[in-house]
Design a protein around this ligand. Structure first.
Ligand SMILES: [Zn+2]
Ligand SMILES: [Zn+2]
Length: 634
């Protein structure tokens, strides 16, 4: 058989050689490094025997695919350790996730604590040190049912497989698991791991099923990588926006309003900066802004389809014996505003935005600080246009999103989701043209994107923006969605150049998504140390001695106030060091210390948050620098 390698070389081998044999024949050191191999684009175990011509790429611990294999093999190792410690344990599924892996398990009457995770880890270390081979075997469905007859969850999974399917089983020492693979050649690779947390998880995600114990963990090939990751987790904990929200007096939550955040004065200031920035950018970009009511009649939600499809997430109430709903989205109100006028193609593209407060019912167990709330401000906007305006409008939108995210120092990735296989409305040709227009816009801009086939909404294709914060977490915030549904349901029209009525193309787009959630992300992204333009208090003036420096300080504060700078003075009779430290814990961008020298030479002595050095400059120069920094949103 002929084997082709990634460098283009082709070598002849005897049929029936395993990938290990092939690697060995190239070099024994290569064999030692191999984790798995890619054979004609499929990842397989190194023990796999090759019987025909194939393209082969060996995957070593340096390749990204290897990390997933390591993680999944570590999940198996964890299950083996659990089984040794809790022989009655049964296992659900144990997939690889973004930063590691988990395994769901049924431990009968036993419950795990954080302390037990340490015990399981120790057991895992013991097993890994035995350096067992991990071997794949293939069995029939009948044989699989026999092998796993004591494992009810595995039996359920096996029963769902087609009758004639070969089922693979992986064995290491005395532990075996039903698994597609591939896996590491042996447990010796599993060294730098950590079990991280516990959670409850319903079997198959269905709350009617039994709740299993989910154990999360992670693993890396190098110790340094594991240490870095654990450090990052610590940092994320420190930055928890619920903790910082309390310390910085940004917002509060109360048992009297679960999922309905209360905004405190500092939080209102920060939120207002986000909204003002949004207003400014959108007004410049030609958007009209509207406000529509929060409570609207049931009949409207019937027209929009929400009553049928979204009812369980909506709050309803009766007014004068008629049913109303609190809006879960701004769109239907926006449609009514569009219908108020007759529109001409000359008005297009027509961009109408709304920063509307929406309410959505979320299960109480799903609420999580500002990340999952029951009311939030959504920055939706609707763009009405003709089909040949789509590409230019999308380009303008992507540029606008790009600019706004860059101000926050947020990187992002774009995903294009296309027509679902079955549930969709509209003509296939219209879908194809719309998807092509979205792709063309991104290609024109030279923006890389990933396609999610079949992942579009039932009413149209969409672009999703996944932003990455300073803690390397990814959040889906921005979205641009073409909608073939609402214009139809609300019978939206415009007059074309021939005087005929036509249906406009419409899209929804949100950049922050939920302003509350976006703010939660920013609190953690900045660790509460907002850039000056957003900070609740931008400058803290600290006179060294109230007897000599207070008048100058007060005059300075007054001047800054007149320039719309958010400034405070700390004229308490406390020690200077104490006042400086307190301004630091409040993460105020500028602390100005005013002493003799400053008063005499009309200067300020400033220290930027997070920096050690104090800088003495002329008062006017400082004000100029400050205003420029705020205006540039640096
Ligand atoms: Zn597996
Ligand atoms: Zn909308």
């Amino acid at each position: 058989m002929k084997i082709k390698f990634p460098d283009g070389s082709v070598k002849t081998f005897e049929d029936g050689m395993s990938l290990f044999d092939i690697a060995q024949s190239i070099s024994p050191s290569l064999k030692k490094k191999c984790i798995v191999a890619k054979v004609d684009d499929r990842l397989v175990d190194m023990n796999t025997v090759i019987n025909k011509d194939a393209d082969v790429t060996f995957i070593t611990d340096k390749d990204p695919e290897a990390l997933e294999v390591l993680r999944h093999s570590t999940a198996h190792l964890m299950a083996e350790a659990v089984k040794r410690l809790y022989p009655h344990a049964h296992f659900g599924v144990g997939p690889v996730i973004e930063d590691g892996f988990y395994y769901d398990m049924d431990l009968g009457d036993d419950t795990l604590s954080e302390h037990d995770l340490v015990t399981i880890e120790k057991e895992m270390k013991k097993i890994a040190a035995q350096n067992s081979d991990i071997l794949r075997s293939v069995v029939s469905k009948e044989e699989a049912l026999e092998l796993f007859k004591d494992d009810p969850y595995k039996v359920e999974l096996i029963n769902e497989l087609p009758e004639d399917e070969d089922i693979s089983v992986y064995t290491q020492a005395h532990f075996r698991d039903l698994c597609r693979g591939p896996h590491l050649p042996g447990t010796k690779w599993i060294k730098h791991f950590k079990l991280l947390s516990l959670a409850g998880a319903y079997w198959r995600g269905d709350s009617d099923n039994i709740q299993l114990t989910r154990v999360y963990g992670t693993v890396f090939f190098e110790k340094e990588e594991l240490d870095d990751y654990l450090h990052l987790l610590e940092e994320r904990k420190k930055r928890d926006h619920r903790k910082l929200g309390k310390e910085l007096d940004l917002f509060m939550l109360s048992e009297y309003g679960p999922g309905f955040p209360f905004w405190l004065p500092n939080g209102v200031v920060v939120k207002k900066q986000l909204l003002d920035f949004w207003h400014e950018v959108h007004t410049k970009a030609g958007y009209h802004l509207i406000e529509t009511p929060i409570i609207l009649k049931r009949e409207l939600w019937e027209v929009s389809g929400h009553w049928k499809n979204y009812r369980e997430n909506m709050y309803t109430l009766d007014i004068d014996e008629q049913t109303f709903a609190v809006k879960p989205m701004n769109c239907p109100g926006g449609m009514l505003v569009y219908k108020r006028d007759i529109h001409s193609y000359k008005d297009f593209p027509l961009k109408v935005g709304e920063l509307g407060l929406v309410h959505r019912h979320e299960a109480s167990g799903a609420l999580a600080g500002l990340f999952r709330v029951r009311n939030f401000t959504q920055d939706d906007a609707h763009i009405f246009m003709t089909e040949d305006q789509i590409v230019d409008e999308i380009k303008a939108l992507v540029n606008l999103f790009d600019y706004m995210y860059s101000v926050f120092g947020l990187d992002y990735k774009i995903e294009l989701s296309t027509r679902p296989e079955e549930k969709f409305i509209g003509e296939i040709e219209v879908w194809d043209r719309s998807e092509a227009a979205l792709a063309a816009a991104l290609e024109d801009l030279g923006k890389p994107y990933k396609i999610n086939p079949g992942d579009g909404a039932f009413y149209g294709p969409k672009l999703d923006f996944h932003i990455k914060d300073s803690m390397k977490r990814v959040w889906q915030c921005g979205t641009i969605q073409l909608d073939m549904n609402l214009p139809e349901r609300f019978d939206l029209t415009y007059i074309d150049p021939h005087g005929e009525k036509r249906r406009p193309v419409m899209l929804h787009r949100a950049l922050y998504g939920s302003i509350e959630r976006f703010l939660g992300i920013l609190i953690e992204h900045y660790a509460g140390a907002f850039p000056t333009w957003m900070a609740p208090v931008q400058v803290m003036v600290i006179p060294v001695n109230n007897d000599y420096h207070l008048a100058y300080s007060q005059a300075l504060v007054e001047k800054l106030k007149q320039l719309n700078i958010r400034v405070k003075i700390d004229d308490r009779d406390e020690k200077l060091g104490y006042k400086i430290r307190e301004a630091q814990t409040k993460k105020i961008p500028y602390q100005l210390v005013i002493g003799d020298r400053e008063v005499e030479s009309h200067e300020v002595n400033y220290r930027r948050y997070g920096e050690k050095d104090q800088v003495a400059v002329d008062q006017e120069a400082f004000i100029e620098m400050l205003i420029s920094e705020i205006n540039l949103k640096k």
